[in-house]
Design a protein around this ligand. Structure first.
Ligand code: PHE
Length: 468
């Protein structure tokens, strides 16, 4: 068996973890979630979720991986044989996410090239759904289901993204993932700062920022505290959902990454640094996005709420439109934005594919080479389905269920199994022993009490919303 690899430096580990956390979710999910859920007031539930669930679970996963020294199924089974299935459940989630996440990165690659000549034209929606994705019924040329309809302009970037992923993962932890993260993550932060500077100096930027940040406290509080929103708790659920997705917790990634930490290295401080870098980036992205949306609203004489959109719509319909309207240097700004999306997505993709590789290596005692070949081969093949005309419809459905059920339920079981049936004080002590500062009993209270309660409530509400 190959000896287990390790990160070369602590900074390397932190940058890789930040690389995983900073992804598409930070750029296109967060801004809209804030806007929809009370603007500036949303930051209260958001920070609450960060401190009560985000950071505690992050430190828990760092502890599980660091001492377990294995992929998620192996590390969990080392806590108790009965926990192994949870690791595999998380691996399954990672497999599903991988196959569609990669296709969105492929779209961003295409759009990076389209930026230079603004190939998407005036009607960016028709371009995305009709010309580019070829969704049946939407000004389409072909349905994309038959082989002749394989959409090469999506398939080629998809192959390129897979090639890039293969290139890094075959080189392993230190020479592959760590090296790439050390180069790309600083670049990504600089790019985001440039985007924000450009966006906030556009005319109308203030209008967008007002919408983003003006706090609507009524939205986040129950009626008896003066709230005006009968569904105030949905805002809190959204905050927890965002924190889970954004920090890449509860889906095995952080357990896997921390299994490569040098045993003597700090975890507590690294965890805080990583969480705050991720949230800082996310906040920056929200400012950039909403400043740009404000500019668009003012210059086209419409309302911010009519311009703002989430997810695919934001990145591939609204942004191209904003880029069209730019006073100067449209192409440059467009290329910068889509390249940032590609880099953010790519470093997250690597982390999620590594989860699959590490689990198979541990379980079947495979070499890295064999595992990488198998995993990348199978995932690449399955991901082709998202390049057909039906891809985006499928993607929406799969994404919805993964977010509302897959991840939340994995998190729920993780805190209940580990929190209630394993010795978590020992995990805390182990972490404290090597760390720059100590974490107190508040952490146990979060893991054993607060987080399971909130997640149970979330799961209950999600089922109710879905099936009643
Ligand atoms: N935190 C990541 C994001 O915001 C979540 C993620 C990681 C998703 C890895 C897919 C793969 O996009």
């Amino acid at each position: 068996m190959e000896q287990r690899e390790q990160w070369g430096t602590r900074a390397g580990f932190i940058l890789a973890a930040v690389g995983s956390a900073v992804g598409l979710g930070n750029i296109w999910r967060f801004p809209y979630v804030v806007y929809e859920n009370g603007g500036g007031a949303f930051l209260i539930p958001y920070f609450f979720a960060l401190l009560t669930a985000g950071i505690p679970i992050l430190l828990l996963e760092f502890g599980i991986g660091r001492t377990g020294r294995g992929s998620s199924p192996l590390s969990l089974s080392r806590l108790s044989r009965k926990f192994e299935w949870l690791g595999w459940w998380q691996v399954l989630i990672c497999f599903v996410i991988t196959t569609y996440y990669v296709s969105i990165i492929a779209w961003a690659v295409s759009y990076f090239f389209y930026s230079f000549n603004l190939n998407w034209g005036e009607d960016t929606k028709a371009f995305l759904f009709g010309t580019y994705l070829g969704v049946p019924g939407d000004a389409v040329t072909d349905s994309g289901w038959n082989l002749g309809g394989l959409r090469w302009h999506i398939l080629l970037p998809l192959i390129a993204v897979w090639a890039g992923t293969y290139y890094v993962l075959i080189r392993g932890i230190k020479k592959g993932i760590e090296k790439v993260s050390k180069i790309f993550i600083p670049i990504l932060f600089v790019m985001m700062i440039l985007i924000v500077i450009r966006a906030v100096t556009l005319p109308g930027a203030g209008v967008g920022l007002d919408h983003l940040l003006t706090p609507d406290f009524g939205k986040i509080m129950p009626g008896f505290l003066g709230g005006t929103n009968p569904e105030w708790y949905s805002v809190w659920i959204a905050a927890y959902g965002q924190i889970f997705f954004s920090l890449s917790i509860a889906f095995a990634i952080m357990i896997t990454y921390s299994s490569y930490i040098d045993k003597k290295q700090d975890v507590n401080n690294s965890g805080f640094i990583m969480a705050f870098s991720n949230c800082g980036f996310e906040f920056l992205a929200a400012i950039g996005v909403f400043a740009a949306i404000g500019f668009m609203a003012v210059s086209s004489g419409s309302e911010v709420k009519d311009v703002a959109a989430s997810g695919v719509g934001l990145a591939f319909v609204v942004f191209p439109k904003i880029i069209n309207a730019f006073p100067t240097l449209n192409g440059t700004f467009g290329a910068l934005f889509f390249l940032a999306l590609v880099i953010a997505g790519y470093t997250s993709l690597i982390s999620i594919v590594e989860v699959l590789i590490a689990s198979l290596m541990d379980k079947f005692r495979l070499s890295r080479k064999a595992a990488v070949n198998g995993v990348v081969g199978v995932c690449a093949f399955v991901s082709i389905v998202y390049t057909t005309g039906a891809g985006i419809v499928l993607l929406d459905i799969v994404d919805h269920f993964i977010n509302n059920f897959g991840i939340v339920i994995a998190g729920l079981f993780e805190v209940i199994l580990v929190g209630w049936f394993a010795n978590i004080t020992r995990i805390r002590d182990d972490n404290n022993l090597v760390s720059d500062f100590r974490v107190g009993t508040w952490w146990n209270i979060m893991i054993i009490g607060v987080t399971p309660l909130v997640l149970l409530f979330m799961t209950f509400k999600n089922f109710q919303l879905e099936f009643t």
